[in-house]
Design a protein. Structure first.
Length: 421
């Protein structure tokens, strides 16, 4: 099946110029409301890959013109991505497969004795990689509660543990279940006050809002390309060099070494990003991700945000008007959000709802617990208690929007949900 650009509808589709680098690819007739799982590919990414493919060759390993060009493209991509996210001069920008891979790399790079503090509301990628002895804080009732809980936890840690041991706070920028934004700057200030470092899972925040390490004062940042309108298989970890340079290589192999001697373990490992990028890198993924970052950097992010927020309000208001549909939330109805909404249809299995939306209405959504099982189960129980209903299913449906989403898409979903009572 050929992939073409979705033609514009009668309603405004985007604030970006038609035919521009932030147009997204899609299949005519199919309504994609599953951006939080994987965003569609942007024209900028597709064009960057198509331009480089004739030159496709090895990276860091060849003297020919093709290899030199690919090496230059790869390192330029690193610089572009680093600049887009506000990397500091001494930060490392390491290409990974995705956010999960990036956070696992960071977990492998922690100094011995590091305590990691997370919240139970995190995606599995920010719950499962951390070492035993990590602290998991309860899901807070609001953003202020998150700040107070972290302050109390770090105070207790410094009182109870060896004050010389490192502490890392790991938190999301926006929930992949509810879209609610977390108070990253405030959490970073608390971490600084207690001498802790902070890592940001920006997988869901970066596609919707500017993310700057320096402005947020975070130490590490993890992002997935496939959430950010680039292809699968490209992500990035950006952050402080000292822990990364002191850690064993994430992948031992070619490219991660300075010298390999005759003895089995006679190895001098590289420093810098190469230390953790063993093997042949994902050149096309890095270049595609950089192209999207460059296109977003040139765009009017405020206008894009306003457009998305209008659609989000329309979606949430429409869901609230349906008596048999209940939205999930952590903080409250007015908390700042990105374009993600999870809900349940009373008396209907969520997998059946998603299948019917796809089969009868050509609408793609996600169902399940969204790789955030502790949070999703808690929110499902909270929704049942809030509404007094006993017919809510044990899993949820998620609709998510972004570049290319339109008012017509939202209205088509709401009309379809109205038929599912």
């Amino acid at each position: 099946m050929s992939v073409t650009l979705v033609p514009p509808s009668a309603a405004p589709t985007t604030v970006a110029p038609a035919g521009g680098p932030l147009d997204v690819l899609g299949v005519p007739g199919e309504i994609n409301l599953d951006y939080a799982a994987t965003a569609p590919c942007a024209r900028a990414a597709a064009d960057a890959v198509a331009e480089l493919l004739p030159w496709y060759a090895s990276v860091h390993r060849g003297a020919g013109a093709l290899s030199r060009r690919c090496t230059l493209a790869y390192e330029r991509a690193r610089q572009t991505v680093g600049d887009f996210f506000g990397a500091r001069a001494d930060d490392h920008v390491i290409f990974t497969r995705n956010t999960t891979d990036a956070l696992n790399l960071l977990a492998r790079s922690l100094p011995p004795g590091t305590t990691v503090v997370t919240f139970a509301s995190e995606h599995h990628a920010n719950l499962l990689p951390w070492p035993r002895g990590s602290v998991r804080l309860p899901v807070p009732a609001d953003a202020g509660g998150a700040v107070r809980a972290l302050d109390a936890a770090l105070t207790e840690l410094r009182r109870a543990a060896n004050p010389g041991l490192p502490v890392l706070v790991a938190v999301t920028g926006a929930s992949n279940v509810t879209g609610e934004r977390w108070p990253v700057s405030e959490l970073a200030r608390v971490a600084r006050r207690h001498g802790a470092r902070i890592a940001l899972d920006a997988a869901q925040l970066a596609p919707h809002a500017p993310v700057d390490l320096l402005a947020l004062d975070v130490d590490y940042l993890a992002v997935s390309g496939h959430k950010l309108y680039a292809p699968f298989g490209a992500g990035v970890l950006i952050g402080r060099a000292d822990w990364l340079d002191a850690a064993p290589p994430y992948l031992a192999g070619g490219g991660a070494t300075q010298r390999v001697g005759a003895g089995t373990h006679e190895v001098t490992w590289a420093v810098g990003p190469a230390r953790h990028e063993g093997g042949t890198p994902n050149l096309l993924g890095a270049v595609a991700l950089a192209a999207v970052c460059a296109a977003l950097a040139d765009a009017d992010r405020a206008a894009l945000h306003e457009h998305e927020q209008r659609l989000l309000v329309r979606l949430r208001d429409g869901i609230a008007a349906l008596p048999h549909v209940v939205e999930l939330r952590t903080f409250g109805p007015d908390a700042p959000r990105v374009g993600i909404v999870s809900f349940v249809v009373a008396g209907r299995d969520s997998a059946e709802v998603a299948a019917e939306l796809a089969r009868e209405h050509a609408i793609g959504v996600r169902d399940g617990l969204f790789c955030a099982h502790p949070l999703a189960r808690r929110l499902l129980a909270e929704a049942a208690a809030r509404t007094g209903r006993r017919d809510l299913p044990p899993t949820a449906v998620r609709a998510s929007i972004g570049l290319g989403s339109t008012r017509e898409h939202v209205d088509r979903l709401l009309a379809a949900l109205a038929t599912l009572a």
